[in-house]
Design a protein around this ligand. Structure first.
Ligand SMILES: [Zn+2]
Length: 452
């Protein structure tokens, strides 16, 4: 048995030795007991990247990853995101607005997003502005300025915190459209500001902008050049091709920037299942959400289209692209204490990661980073534990009890202040190793793209 195992190990190593340049991750996934020193060394590459692809699982702490893994592929299985060669942890804390030298240990997606997008810590609710409310440039804006193509993809509203931090700067995350500026007077177009998140996103003009949030693009611009037009009309005047369903997205040629508005609010959930109770639930399996709007693309469809378009647009150019892809409703279903909703979104996010890793295989000069913005409430627990629990039957045909215990079931479950996983492969990926700070990711991506 041992001899067989070591022979197999040598064979695997030999295979790896011939292909490792393009596929640095193969030796690290699920090959138990293998000496990984050589493969890890091979995975460490400095230099610049042609492309950077950042995948954010919103609220996807270690617990959310483990829950999805157990359910979908079993405790000893591996998700696509588990196969990245280099893994570290990073701290996610925000800072207090009135005392920015002091941490706010539990961050929201706005402060954490501003952190990885700009390299600066800020307060909860801030969209790429400092605690003093001054805007700071984002990795997407810097990449665009340097001649890279850019993309921003989410299953949430495009005006939600994670996609918003890349292409807009407002003092409150609530200022999603021209009619929602109550808490952002300083940013309001009427007062000479740059406008709402929706307006600023189409002004920043990433080449690919895909997600929900159509209601805010339908609002009317109140001042300036586009006064009286909707934000969608402003986008079209700026050259955007606007699509509203999967067929439209598939048909878009990508010769113009693409704005996908696939839902009024957030996009629909992939899965449904039992609601946790104080006394637990009977063991159950998750089911596909039959109420999901069939014309909405899945996250993997949006990711594939973004990759195709950006790759095509940069074929003949010296510079590649920066692309952010968010699995947004992992967080939202954690808030809702909906285990199957949360797992379905994590699995859909993992499908997008798989697609990106396939792209990286043929484009090894691409830095891929998979991480989260903050931890969340769900925990794998013994049955009959305090809190609201539901029991699911996993891929292992075993019962897994999940607890939500940061709020009453009638309220919203809350984020946690834990560090989270950050995994990467490609040029500069070694900079995620060890324990880093969320703001370090900005500098890793900036260095990878050779930006100043
Ligand atoms: Zn949240």
């Amino acid at each position: 048995m041992n001899a067989l195992r070591s022979r197999r190990g040598r064979l695997a190593l030999a295979l790896v030795a011939t292909t490792v340049v393009a596929v640095p991750s193969v030796a690290l996934a699920g090959d138990a007991h293998q000496d990984r020193t050589w493969a890890a060394k091979q995975a460490i590459k400095g230099g610049t990247a042609r492309n950077v692809i950042l995948l954010i699982g919103d609220g996807m702490g270690d617990s959310e990853i483990t829950i999805a893994r157990n359910y979908q592929v079993g405790a000893n299985g591996r998700l696509a995101m588990d196969k990245l060669p280099l893994t570290g942890a990073y701290t996610t804390y925000a800072v207090q607005k009135d005392a920015p030298s002091k941490p706010d240990y539990v961050t929201d997606s706005a402060a954490s997003g501003s952190g990885w997008a700009t390299g600066h810590k800020t307060y909860n609710g801030a969209i790429s502005v400092l605690p003093n409310e001054k805007p700071v440039p984002t990795i997407l804006e810097l990449a665009k300025k340097a001649g890279y193509r850019t993309g921003d993809v989410t299953t949430a509203e495009l005006q939600d915190a994670t996609p918003a931090v890349l292409g807009s700067h407002v003092v409150s995350r609530d200022c999603k459209g021209p009619d929602a500026m109550a808490t952002c007077a300083v940013n309001d177009k009427v007062n000479g500001g740059a406008g709402s998140i929706a307006e600023q996103l189409v002004q920043t003009r990433p080449d690919v902008l895909l997600g929900g949030g159509k209601q805010y693009f339908d609002q009317t611009v109140k001042a300036g050049k586009y006064k009286g037009k909707t934000v969608t009309q402003q986008a079209q005047a700026n050259g955007y091709h606007v699509v509203t369903d999967a067929a439209g997205l598939a048909a878009a040629k990508g010769d113009k920037p693409i704005l996908g508005q696939f839902a009024k609010n957030n996009m629909d959930l992939e899965w449904v299942g039992p609601t946790p109770t104080r006394t637990g639930t009977a063991p159950a399996k998750c089911a596909v959400n039959t109420a999901r709007t069939a014309s909405q693309p899945h996250l993997v469809d949006m990711a594939s289209k973004a990759l195709n378009v950006l790759d095509k647009q940069t074929k003949r150019s010296k510079k590649g692209f920066f692309l952010q892809i968010e699995g947004a409703s992992i967080d939202k279903q954690d808030h809702a204490a909906n285990p199957c909703g949360q797992i379905g979104e994590t699995v859909a996010f993992d499908a997008a990661i798989k697609k990106v890793l396939e792209y990286q295989k043929s484009h090894p000069d691409t830095l891929v980073v998979v991480t989260a913005d903050h931890g969340h409430t769900s925990q794998i627990v013994e049955e009959a534990t305090l809190g609201y629990t539901a029991t699911l039957i996993t891929h292992d045909d075993a019962n897994m009890t999940i607890s939500y215990a940061t709020s009453e079931i009638t309220g919203s479950q809350q984020h946690t202040g834990t560090e989270v996983r950050i995994a990467a492969g490609g040029p500069q990926a070694a900079n995620v190793l060890g324990v880093t700070n969320q703001t370090d990711l900005f500098f890793t991506m900036k260095r990878a793209l050779g930006l100043r």
